[in-house]
Design a protein around this ligand. Structure first.
Ligand code: FAD
Length: 394
């Protein structure tokens, strides 16, 4: 699968690229850079996800949409992911009286978003990366510092505490919302950064398969229980389960202290979900781990010198309500590839243009994601005059 991607550039060197973080964006970035013919070393803090237990606390499945699909297609993986994914053509709204109504995403062309498993997606990307002779995967390597403007990173091997410095022509920081690469950039002049924790958290529950092994709800939908100040959503999984996510202000989570209070809360707001989840499982899963925080991150520029750049959540973490965090991170990989096509291996030009152009969309997605929480939990069920007119026009 090793192809030399150099075509018509003036400056064409095989670069040594170090990728920090082997999550969704890091493993896809490795594929994009290797496809361009560069030598890629990926360093991931955790053990290899393909042999690890499921990590509790991160979303189990995600909605893959057109931005993410394009970036996967560019490394030949779109079809594989779509085969695994479950198409969701509409939102299915659950009302408190037990009725449901569907709101299609695209009445005209019937386009869908796809529910894909986070672990499966990460595994597919890492397995594809392993097939490239110019990608070297390193697990249990935690970045602990470095002079990123000079292309230097310090890692600790978490299995034996050994410290090692590596040097690269380019460091790509893909180490998520709490990025260590970004922390180093923060120490330099001219780097702007802001983070916002919202006052709402999330907690994951599960709807098991039906007794006959099928889905308990119609599967080609993103199910939503909008309740004004809070909401619950459910996305389908390949094993016929549903990952259910409850988004709510922390004060509401904190007010539910016993199984009686929890069941009472569900009887008022989500009565149809109780038999789907099952009382026992609901209580067990709700109290298993505390509600998780949600953070949004904006920064600018995304690069420092011609040696280091941030992509994915490391550069622009967004709240999950627009289903675009991973998709936007995948799009970063497409954009970097386009810039490598345009400028060969002239990193100064590549990184400068990435920083100057990418922030506009990244900041917009961040703001739209904040807004879409209000849309999903409240407005989705309210027909404005314009919405009603638009629907009537179809
Ligand atoms: P991460 O997935 O956070 O990966 C970062 C990697 O870096 C990890 O593997 C980590 O172990 C590693 N790392 C961290 N620190 C270090 C270090 N010091 N050294 C080495 N490695 C390190 N997005 C969508 O597009 N659609 C959705 O439907 C969607 N749903 C979501 C639902 C929820 C509840 C949440 C919380 C998020 C959702 N997102 C969704 C957002 C999506 O999860 C993120 O945008 C995506 O995971 C970002 O990928 P990433 O690789 O940039 O970061």
């Amino acid at each position: 699968a090793f192809t030399n991607g150099f075509t018509k550039h003036t400056k064409q060197e095989c670069l040594d690229i170090a990728i920090v973080g082997g999550g969704l964006v890091g493993s896809l970035a490795a594929l994009h850079m290797a496809k361009k013919g560069h030598k890629v070393s990926l360093y991931e803090y955790r053990e290899d996800i393909r042999t690890a237990e499921l990590v509790i606390g991160r979303s189990i499945n995600l909605a893959l949409s057109v931005r993410g699909r394009k970036a996967l297609k560019e490394v030949g993986l779109e079809d594989k992911l779509l085969e695994h994914g479950i198409a969701m053509y509409a939102r299915m709204i659950h009302n408190t009286d037990g009725t449901r109504n569907a709101i299609p995403y695209d009445r005209r062309n019937h386009q869908a978003i796809y529910s894909v498993g986070r672990k499966y997606l990460n595994e597919v990307l890492l397995t594809a990366a392993e097939k490239y002779p110019n990608i070297n995967l390193n697990f249990n390597k935690k970045m602990v510092g470095g002079k990123v403007d000079k292309g230097e990173v310090t890692f600790i091997d978490t299995t034996n505490e050994e410290k090692k410095n590596i040097f690269a022509d380019l460091i790509i920081g893909c180490d998520g919302a709490f990025s260590s690469v970004r922390r180093e950039m923060l120490k330099r002049n001219g780097f702007n950064y802001s983070q916002t924790y919202i006052e709402h958290g999330y907690l994951e529950l599960c709807i098991p398969p039906a007794a006959d092994g099928g889905f308990q709800m119609p599967e080609n939908y993103l199910h939503i229980w909008p309740r004004g100040k809070f909401m619950m959503i459910a996305l389908p999984n390949q094993d016929r389960t549903w990952t259910v996510t409850l988004f709510m202000p922390f004060e509401n989570f904190d007010s539910i202290k016993s199984s009686e209070e929890l069941l009472k809360f569900f009887e008022i707001y989500f009565p149809d979900a109780i038999p789907l989840i099952g009382k026992e499982r609901l209580v067990k899963d709700f109290f298993k781990i505390p509600a998780q925080h949600l953070i949004a991150v904006k920064c600018r520029p995304y690069h420092i010198s011609s040696k280091c750049v941030l992509i994915g959540d490391a550069g622009h973490a967004v709240v999950p309500f627009y289903g675009q965090g991973m998709n936007a991170g995948f799009e970063d990989c497409s954009i970097l590839t386009e810039l490598f096509n345009k400028y060969g291996s002239d990193l100064e030009k590549i990184l400068t243009e990435f920083s100057e152009t990418r922030w506009i969309d990244a900041h917009a997605v961040c703001d739209l994601a904040m807004y879409n929480y209000i849309e999903m939990r409240d407005l989705v069920n309210k027909k404005s005059f314009l919405m009603r007119k638009a629907l009537d026009d179809f």
